[in-house]
Design a protein around this ligand. Structure first.
Ligand SMILES: C[S@@+](CC[C@H](N)C(=O)[O-])C[C@H]1O[C@@H](n2cnc3c(N)ncnc32)[C@H](O)[C@@H]1O
Length: 479
């Protein structure tokens, strides 16, 4: 998942001989009543002066817990339930996915959807509480716009290959470990993605494709990425260098019989940094096409296995339309810049509304695809490649003077260089689209110091079942 690496959660400390690296292991027991829910889906309560995170405890629920790990740095601990005490929360629902509780993906699935939305809004409210316009009450955080689909919304599935009970599985690392758990049967990806992933698993097993071992750095299949657009599917096998071609051909032959699969590619990756498809990696087409065609705001654009695209297509479309509405505010001409543009979901909407648009994106493949899509559609959109935080003089000149600046950075927010660029542009209107409420709060505070005042704050839910929330903020420059 953007943002949430839905199926392959980030790795945390690895258990080693009963200890977790960086954590003291204890077996203390205590009673905890959860008052909050954290991003990992743990109920958070207090005991003996410590904040305790308890797996599968919802706010309002109480349990006797065993503390497994205590932070050596903070009064904070992580625990599991030994015995539930009292009634379950009225907001508890049965999670849809078979892997819930083991998979670190949609860790809020056991919370009723209206309560999820309320918690997401709370997260934005807390992160933005210190902004001047929020403090004075001039602007309030709107209700979170719900996703039209709660399940089957993801247009991309990312799987790590592993062995369970001597069988090849495609799944995710269990939280805080390198143990792979099977996530086939996931209800969050589009059903066709789960079906195709299941075919890949069978084909890879029949072809005797060996599973890559991160510790020994031996083996063949590392990850599988399955992407869907308009019912068409493409598959990327991420493999170790030296994987025998005949095995890959056998997988390709099996996958070519699936009626929805339009192409299969192999991408070599021998990196240790956990990236699934390293930037700049080359792909070999094993059969069919190495891409799909996606629709972004009525414009057809070619998408490969690696380019960033919002995973919840329907909700992303609603969000782009709202961003354009807020940015344009009735305007039908002028100049706009879309920083961190990806494949141009936002910039294309603005160009379709009649604006001259310059986009900036670091991924050169995405820039090339956006350039071609805009040309085919006859739009006045100029896609530039570069680091938004460190643009050359030439690129800055090409951006020129703008009426509207839209930024949609990764979760960590703007670098100092990107903030400086925004301030230098002096756009009367900035629309900041963020998947990281906390970095958003930091960046908006910095922009407020340069006279940018928020007049609209609208969160959108693009990832039901998770703590993730996307927020659109419109800022006006004080005269
Ligand atoms: C959150 S995505 C937004 C993409 C696009 N606005 C959309 O809705 O699909 C962030 C994008 O920023 C790009 N990116 C990351 N770091 C960047 C940088 N330093 N300069 C420019 N683009 C960057 C990523 O490749 C990614 O496409």
């Amino acid at each position: 998942m953007r943002g949430v690496n839905h199926q392959i959660p980030a790795l945390s400390p690895t258990p080693v001989g009963g200890r977790l690296l960086g954590c003291r292991v204890t077996t203390n027991r205590c009673e905890v009543t959860a008052t909050e829910l954290d991003e990992a889906g743990c109920g958070v309560g207090a005991s003996d002066g410590k904040t305790v995170h308890v797996a599968d405890l919802l706010p309002g629920e109480r349990a006797e817990v065993a503390i497994d790990h205590t932070s050596p740095h903070r009064p904070e601990a992580w625990a599991r339930i030994v015995r539930r005490l009292g009634a379950p929360s009225t907001e508890r629902v049965a999670p849809a996915c078979p892997g819930f509780g083991r998979c670190g993906g949609c860790v809020w699935q056991h919370l009723a959807y209206p309560a999820q939305l309320a918690k997401k809004r709370e997260r934005v409210v807390q992160a933005l509480a210190d902004l001047p316009a929020v403090r004075t009450g001039d602007v309030t955080v709107a209700e979170v716009r719900p996703s039209p689909q709660l399940f089957g919304y993801r247009n991309k599935g990312k799987y790590v290959a592993g062995i369970v009970a001597r069988q090849l599985v495609l799944g995710a690392y269990a939280p805080r470990s390198h143990t792979v758990i099977d996530t086939l049967g996931c209800k969050v990806v589009a059903p066709i993605i789960d079906e195709v992933a299941s075919w890949v698993r069978g084909a890879a097993e029949t072809a005797q494709l060996g599973v890559y071992n991160e510790a020994t750095r031996r083996g063949e299949l590392r990850y599988v990425v399955v992407r869907e657009a308009n019912g068409d599917v493409m598959v990327a096998l991420v493999i170790a260098p030296g994987t025998p071609a005949d095995k890959l051909e056998r997988v390709a032959s099996a996958m070519s019989h699936h009626p929805a699969v339009r192409g299969l590619v192999a991408i070599e990756n021998d990196r240790k940094d956990g990236s699934i498809i390293p930037s700049g990696a080359t792909q070999k087409v094993l059969f069919g096409h190495g891409h799909l065609v996606e629709d972004l705001g009525g414009v057809s654009i070619v998408v490969g296995a690696a380019e960033f695209l919002q995973v919840n297509r329907a909700q992303a479309a609603a969000m782009y339309a709202r961003i354009a509405e807020l940015a344009l505010d009735g305007r039908t001409q002028g100049r706009a810049v879309d920083l961190f543009a990806g494949l141009g979901g936002i910039g294309l909407h603005l160009a379709r509304a009649g604006l001259d648009v310059v986009t900036v994106e670091i991924d050169r493949d995405a820039v090339a695809q956006l350039t071609q899509a805009a040309e085919r559609a006859g739009l006045r959109l100029h896609a530039l490649a570069g680091d938004a935080g460190d643009l050359s003089h030439d690129v800055r000149e090409q951006i020129g003077t703008v009426d509207i600046a839209v930024v949609n950075p990764p979760r960590k927010g703007l670098t100092e260089g990107a903030r400086d660029l925004l301030v230098e542009l002096r756009a009367p209107t900035i629309v900041y689209v963020s998947c990281g409420p906390e970095s958003l709060g930091r960046d908006l505070a910095a922009l407020a110091a340069h006279g940018y005042i928020a007049d609209t704050i609208e969160p959108f839910d693009l990832m039901p079942g998770t703590a993730q929330v996307e927020t659109i903020v419109r800022l006006r420059r004080a005269a």
